[in-house]
Design a protein around this ligand. Structure first.
Ligand code: G3D
Length: 203
């Protein structure tokens, strides 16, 4: 059930990244077009964005849990029920990408996030000398650390709005709706197997 009492499916996306990466700015920019409502929070931002996928509307609840060092140890409290991880990188601050890489690796090690898609937003592309998409892919070693999940790097700028629409599309494309979840697929597989068995027995 959505926060507004709607019955449209709701999926949780976790917005992670170091402090100053641009998470709040991105969320603010995105909600200008897609804003549904704000959930009053204590110490972190949660926004609901209306998105459309497979001809269905659903609400993405985007949880920005803060990137300051003291907040990072709380990230794991939000992993449960997360359908996708969006990791925001300040592509213009090469002095902190090593720290960002370490935090991303820590997060992806979590069992609760196993197999969840990762969308890296290479933010601040409007700044001269910002890391390119291929630099981000290589530096974060994404091919290796994401061998068992879908991943994508989207260049963007929360300041100019560049890449944001694509980022949201990519997130909704890669996020599984509740009906597409593993449990549901398992149920479907079980149902199909039972059906085939029943048919074969009758023959
Ligand atoms: P956070 O929520 O991840 O901590 P913020 O980050 O959204 O607060 O952004 C941190 C700073 O980066 C802000 O600057 C913000 O304006 C700036 N910023 C965010 N996105 C971009 C971007 O795409 N390009 C540029 N050039 N700056 C960006 P201030 O000066 O307000 O602290």
């Amino acid at each position: 059930m959505g926060q507004r009492g709607s019955t449209q499916p709701e999926v949780r996306v976790l917005l992670l990244g170091l402090d100053n990466a641009g998470k709040s700015s991105l969320l603010y920019k995105l909600k200008i077009n897609k804003f549904v409502g704000t959930v009053p929070t204590i110490g972190f931002n949660v926004e609901m964005l209306d998105v459309r996928k497979n001809k269905k509307n659903f609400a993405l609840t985007v949880w920005d849990v803060g990137g300051q060092a003291e907040m990072r140890r709380h990230w794991r409290s939000f992993y449960q029920d997360t359908a996708a991880v969006v990791f925001v990188v300040d592509s213009a601050d090469r002095s902190r990408v090593q720290e960002a890489k370490r935090e991303l690796e820590n997060a992806l090690r979590s069992e609760q996030l196993r197999g969840r898609p990762l969308i890296v937003l290479a933010n601040k592309q409007d700044v001269d000398g910002a890391m390119t998409v291929s630099e981000v892919k290589d530096f974060f070693n994404l091919r290796r650390i994401c061998a068992e999940r879908d991943w994508y790097v989207q260049p963007c700028s929360a300041s100019t709005g560049f890449g944001l629409e694509e980022a949201l599309k990519r997130v909704s494309h890669m996020t599984k709706l509740p009906s597409e979840s593993a449990a549901h697929v398992k149920e479907n597989i079980k149902g199909t197997v039972n059906y085939i068995r029943a048919k074969s027995v009758r023959r």
